[in-house]
Write a protein that binds this ligand. Structure first.
Ligand code: SF4
Length: 113
């Protein structure tokens, strides 16, 4: 993760075979919006400097052969609600403008920003 910003203009983060966040590399890495991306980046060790806030995932990793219904991340997401267990979130732009390059797949994206 620490070298991605130097080699990629655009980044896509996948969980259980689905893209959960996609956008300009620097923006995704510096301001991750999807809870899974936030947890991934929080897990990257920092040799010097202040520690980041840490989002620690709990719950079991589901089998990729039998992914859970709805949002595939709901079994580990600290923000999951009932709707997350029933509905698969579409990959949508973060901003109100449809041409925003930063997309996430989260039913609560407007609440968690
Ligand atoms: S849709 Fe629900 S479970 Fe999935 S990332 Fe968003 S808040 Fe978490």
């Amino acid at each position: 993760m620490s070298v991605v910003r130097y080699i990629a203009d655009r980044v896509a983060v996948m969980y259980m075979g689905q893209i959960v966040e996609m956008g300009p590399g620097a923006e995704v890495l510096e301001r991750p919006r999807h809870p899974y991306t936030q947890a991934l980046i929080a897990a990257v060790p920092i040799p010097r400097g202040p520690r980041r806030g840490r989002l620690v995932l709990t719950g079991d990793v589901p089998s990729p052969a039998n992914p859970p219904p709805g949002c595939r991340f709901h079994t580990r997401c600290p923000f999951a609600v009932d709707a997350c267990r029933a509905n698969q979130p579409p990959l949508e732009p973060l901003a109100a403008t449809p041409d925003s390059p930063h997309h996430i797949a989260c039913l609560r994206k407007n609440e968690l920003q």
